[in-house]
Structures are given as C-alpha cells and as structure tokens.
Ligand binder design. Structure first.
Ligand code: UTP
Length: 298
C-alpha cells in the first residue's frame, strides 16, 4: 500500500519573544495585536481552516493566556450582547470560538523555530502537517497553503513557501538556492542558508512562514544543533533534508506572488492594517478617503 501524504493538521508557533515589537509585546503576544478588529492570530487560524485544516496545535510560550482566551467562550460577554439584541457582534465573538479544534502545548524556553516545531511531535504523530507562523499573514485572496499541500501530496517532498525579495532584504530571511521544474511556480530546493549577507546569498528567494512537512522531519530536528543566534533553526533541519532526502524526503519550493505581511515587523504590521482596513465595507471608504488626503501631505 502506498503511503498517504494527506495533510489534516496545522501547527502554529506563537512562542517567540517578539522583541521587534517591544514594548507592546512586554505583556501581550505580538500575535494578539489587532489588524482592524481581529488579532493577527485569527487571520492565521482562518487561513488554516479555509484550507481544510481544523486540527490546530498552537505552540505557546509566556503570556499565552490572552491567546487561549481569545479562542475560548466568554459566557458573560455573549449574554450581554444577547440581552442587548446585538446579533452582529455576538456572531463575531462566537466566530472565534467555533473556528476549529485548537490545542495548546508550551515550548518552555523559546529555543528557536525548529525547537518550537519539535515540541509538537507528540500531537502531530505520523502524518504530514502544515506549519503556519503565527505572525505571518497571507492575504486570503491569494491561496498559498492549498497549492503547497497539493504539491506535497503529488510529490511526497517537504514544501516551503518562497518569495522574491529585494537583494538588500535577503539577510532578514532564510534563502534558497533552487532549480526550476516544468511547473512554473514550483522549484527544487538545492540549498538553504539562514539570513545570508547580500553578497553571500545564493538567490533573492526568501523563505516565508508556511511549510508542509513530513513527520520524519522530527527526526532531523532532534539531530539539529543550535545554529545562528544559539537557536534550533527549522532552516537547518530542512537543509539536512536537502542533503539526505532518503530520511525525510527532499524539499520543494512554491514561489508565492501574492500579498504577505510580516506583522512581527512594525512597518509590515502597519501596511497590513491599512490594506485590510481599506478593503473593509464598513470603514474602508472613510479610511481610503482620509489616506488619499493624508498622502498628499507627506
Ligand atoms: P521570529 O523570527 O519572528 O522571532 O519567529 P520572535 O522571537 O517571535 O520575534 P522577534 O524577532 O524577537 O521580534 C517566527 C515565528 O516563530 C515563533 C514566533 O512566535 C513566530 O511565530 N517562534 C520563534 C517560536 O514559537 N519559538 C521560538 O523559540 C522562536
């Protein structure tokens, strides 16, 4: 019987310290910052659910209670809204609690993204799974995850998401050396380098926060030594997969051309808030009109 590469579970790491967003992240996880009126994490969970992944494991750290509370029922609030007859708001509040089956595991010390993913080993078990970084928002208009799952199911390889960036920005990302395939948006990954200097970067293809991984990647993560910044890097484990495809399969990349927001970065967060805000039916017209006027003064 051939093995199945079907993906049903999503792992969302949200245990990072969020130092780029201090002091806001002193007491609040960056994933709880609101884009208009929904916290960043809700967009990420909605993306997983829209792709059919309703078993979600969040890897949390300190300050986890706000995240758990957001996806929990708040009986008093629901009763108050019901008594007021405010059905719209009631629906919005209930939406976040009914989205998916969300489970939580604590990372303990934030020893890196690779370590955060490894914390989910028990829950994920022997199936391929998706990893969605909790601060990376992909525009719902540009479905990426479904395409990545399709490539994984067809090839059995791990799949990462890549995006072209300006060469001067590559040092903020993992970077991939690739070979083209016959399929326009799919490449074979030949090498991965974490945060290279522009002059050492093998390409301008940056690794962004979506991954489809085979369960054998846990074995490679267990063997991965702390790398850059003393952290266990997911990129290093993926590089090991590239070098030894017989253990966990090879690595392919899907080149994404849509909108992606790094909301853990101040400018990325503000851009996401503006784009999502101007698109909204309720506040969009007013915000857009103001923005146009304001832009003239800059
Ligand atoms: P980042 O690279 O954005 O790191 O992590 P960070 O620590 O959260 O933020 P800065 O750089 O200090 O501002 C990418 C993703 O991996 C998670 C983060 O929560 C984020 O979703 N992560 C990172 C963990 O879950 N654990 C870690 O040890 C590190």
């Amino acid at each position: 019987m051939s093995r199945s590469y079907k993906v049903t579970k999503a792992l969302i790491p949200v245990a990072g310290l969020g130092t780029r967003f201090l002091p806001a992240t002193k007491a609040l996880p960056k994933e709880m910052l609101p884009l208009v009126d929904k916290p960043v994490i809700q967009y990420v969970v909605e993306e997983a659910v829209d792709t059919g992944l309703t078993d979600i494991l969040m890897i949390t750290g300190r300050n986890k209670s706000a995240l758990e509370n957001h996806f929990d029922r708040v009986a008093e609030l629901e009763q108050t809204l019901m008594a007021k007859g405010d059905e719209d708001r009631l629906e919005q509040v209930q939406e976040s609690t009914e989205l998916a089956d969300i489970y939580y595991t604590r990372q303990g010390d934030p020893k890196g993204l690779g370590h955060a993913v490894l914390t989910g080993k028990q829950h994920i078990g022997h199936h391929s799974f998706a990893v969605l970084l909790g601060d990376d928002v992909i525009d719902a208009k540009d479905p990426l995850l479904a395409r990545m799952i399709q490539i994984h199911e067809e090839t059995g390889d791990n799949v990462i998401a890549l995006m072209e960036v300006d060469p001067s920005e590559i040092s903020m990302y993992g970077c991939a050396a690739v070979t083209k395939t016959e399929v326009g948006d799919v490449v074979i990954v030949n090498d991965l380098v974490e945060k290279p200097k522009t002059e050492d970067a093998p390409s301008n293809l940056a690794v962004i926060g979506r991954y489809i991984l085979r369960p054998e990647m846990f074995t490679l993560l267990e063997q991965t030594q702390p790398g850059r910044g003393g952290e266990i890097q997911l990129t290093d484990a993926l590089e090991a997969a590239v070098a030894n495809p017989e253990i966990a399969g090879g690595v392919r990349g899907v080149i994404f051309k849509g909108n992606r927001f790094d909301t853990g970065d101040k400018v990325g967060f503000l851009k996401a808030a503006m784009i999502l805000g101007t698109r909204r039916e309720d506040i969009g017209p007013e915000l857009s009109a103001w923005l146009k006027e304001y832009a003239k003064t800059l």
